[in-house]
Design a protein around this ligand. Structure first.
Ligand code: MN
Length: 232
């Protein structure tokens, strides 16, 4: 047997401090998981169950603190937003995983940015169409290396921040997440069969905003790492 066209490479991200790679299966994102961000987007955080959307694994743009990663300003949009997020990387999967067992699935953590074509997302939202065009475009998932939980533990609190050209835009704490990671995994695993290699972007604190060509984005989550990229 041979593939009739060249096979795409397996999407993967670096494992912090090693030459190893973490192969990516799927990329899930949690919507509106910090109350202040939910309100800034015009929603009531008290009334919502967690909800999820996906990006494509090959949307990942490796962007460690020293990679000098370049984020190409995407086509069709005039309002591209940054959303700094804690990313959980799963080393095992399952369906209908209980909250009690959920953390057994988590292999490590990374810092990611859920780049969003906000204008396109707004248009499709209004029209009741899928979010993909706003969320799942090329290079829309910059992320740093995965840090094994065996090294960094399972952070439940810690500063999460993002600056543009040295000015702080997003400034929160991961303890402000409405739905905590065990709840996220439990809910998500009722909707999809989770697998080793899945990444979960866990939502963003308030302060999302537009980027322009030439901007330098820096961000991080205490205890997990930092990310840096330039918009080109
Ligand atoms: Mn997001």
């Amino acid at each position: 047997m041979a593939y009739v066209i060249p096979q795409c490479p397996v999407p993967a991200v670096a494992v912090n401090g090693t030459k190893d790679r973490f192969p990516v299966h799927r990329l899930y994102c949690v919507g509106r998981n910090y109350a202040e961000h939910s309100r800034e987007m015009g929603h009531d955080p008290d009334r919502e169950l967690p909800f999820f959307f996906q990006k494509f694994p090959d949307n990942i743009l490796p962007s460690g603190p020293k990679d000098n990663a370049k984020f190409p300003y995407p086509p069709l949009s005039k309002n591209v937003h940054h959303e700094i997020e804690l990313v959980a990387a799963l080393g095992a999967g399952g369906s209908d995983v209980s909250e009690k067992k959920a953390m057994d699935l988590v292999w490590g953590y990374a810092v990611g940015i859920d780049m969003t074509r906000r204008d396109l997302q707004g248009e499709v939202k209004k029209a009741g169409k899928p979010w993909d065009i706003g969320k799942a475009f090329e290079h829309s998932a910059p992320m740093g290396p995965v840090c094994p939980a065996s090294v960094v533990g399972h952070p439940k609190s810690g500063h999460i921040w993002l600056s543009v050209n040295g000015k702080i835009r997003q400034d929160g704490d991961i303890k402000q997440m409405i739905w905590k990671l065990p709840e996220i995994i439990a809910h998500l695993s009722t909707q999809f069969e989770l697998k080793a290699g899945d990444l979960i972007f866990t939502g963003t604190p308030a302060g999302v905003g537009a980027v322009e060509k030439g901007d330098i984005l820096e961000g991080g989550v205490d205890g997990v790492g930092e990310i840096k990229l330039v918009v080109v």
